[in-house]
Design a binder for this molecule. Structure first.
Ligand SMILES: [Mn+2]
Length: 315
């Protein structure tokens, strides 16, 4: 299935790799795994990643990230974990510099782009698809490649707990462990370590929480001012929805946060009864049935009322 794309990689010299803005573990894991794999093939390869959360600092190669394409053109651009090219952490101008584009994605709803498209919503993550892509390139998996892909799969499956975890996903993870994935360190760094400021943000989120429909909907809003006061950046202010969703009886958790650019971002999580990707799409965003999000268009109060109504109809 990857044959044509593999040929394209083989004849390319200068290759850039990019994922979506506000990169999560899957975005970082898949892009830097490709980075290390293509280094093995002696390619001139770069990952474009203008910003990221420093919790991922320990991942191999991340210090080599770049902000943009410095040349006038590149042979190949490989895009991962972005269902729509406008979500990529790259300008339109840079996107157009690529002679060929490969798209690797696992979102249910997507606007496909690029010359070679590998979209599979039955896979847990872009990293799981990337695993098969790197296999097709005929590269021996190093410990670094394995650690990166393991990180992507672990984070997108909620440590193998969400229903996007298939037997095939676990087999891939097992193989990555055989290749030397540092799974204990990945879990320690990403699941068991938190900055004090982040725990204070958890406290703030719980403090501001409101409850609707007998606790089936939990909603919280934290302003950019409050986030900034804690010394937390946009990427690090994510992830609060999981705490709300964990409350007994909760079906849908919504966390709205202010961002440095003045916009408000809503993150939605569902425990399974409500397909929140439908709500997110209705509000101009996207995502998966259990994890979705969007940027608010109107003021907080108006959007909040609309959202409560929409969730109420489905809950
Ligand atoms: Mn993903």
């Amino acid at each position: 299935m990857f044959e044509e794309a593999v040929k394209e990689v083989e004849k390319s010299k200068l290759i850039y790799v990019v994922a979506h803005i506000n990169p999560d573990g899957d975005a970082i894991g898949s892009t830097f795994a490709i980075y290390h794999a293509l280094k093995e093939l002696d390619k001139d390869v770069h990952v474009i990643m203008p910003s990221y959360s420093h919790v991922f600092d320990f991942l191999p190669g991340i210090e080599n990230r770049v902000d943009n394409i410095k040349e006038d053109e590149c042979d190949l651009l490989i895009c991962t974990d972005a269902s729509d090219y406008t979500r990529l952490a790259i300008s339109k101008e840079d996107f157009d510099k690529a002679k060929k584009v490969i798209m690797i994605d696992h979102h249910q709803i997507s606007r496909p782009y690029g010359d070679y498209r590998f979209i599979d919503d039955l896979k847990s993550s872009a990293s799981e698809i990337t695993f098969h892509f790197i296999k097709a390139l005929g590269i021996e998996f190093t410990s670094d490649i394995a650690t990166l892909l393991y990180t992507g799969i672990m984070t997108d499956t909620g440590s193998f707990n969400y229903n996007n975890t298939s037997a095939a996903t676990l087999r891939v993870a097992a193989e990555l462990v055989e290749y030397g994935a540092k799974y204990i360190e990945v879990c320690k760094r990403l699941n068991d370590t938190m900055k004090e400021a982040k725990l204070r943000l958890v406290a703030k989120t719980v403090d501001n929480m409101e409850s609707f429909f007998d606790g089936k909907l939990r909603f919280s809003y934290v302003s950019y001012e409050d986030i900034n006061k804690l010394g937390i950046n946009d990427e690090e202010s994510e992830g609060m929805t999981n705490y709300l969703r964990a409350i007994e009886g909760c079906e849908v958790a919504v966390y709205v946060r202010g961002r440095s650019d003045g916009t408000l971002k809503a993150s939605l999580r569902s425990n399974g009864k409500v397909d929140i990707s439908k709500i997110a799409i209705e509000f101009g965003g996207g995502g998966h049935p259990r994890a979705a999000g969007y940027t608010l268009v109107e003021d907080l109060e108006t959007e909040k009322e609309k959202l409560i109504k929409a969730v109420g109809e489905m809950i």
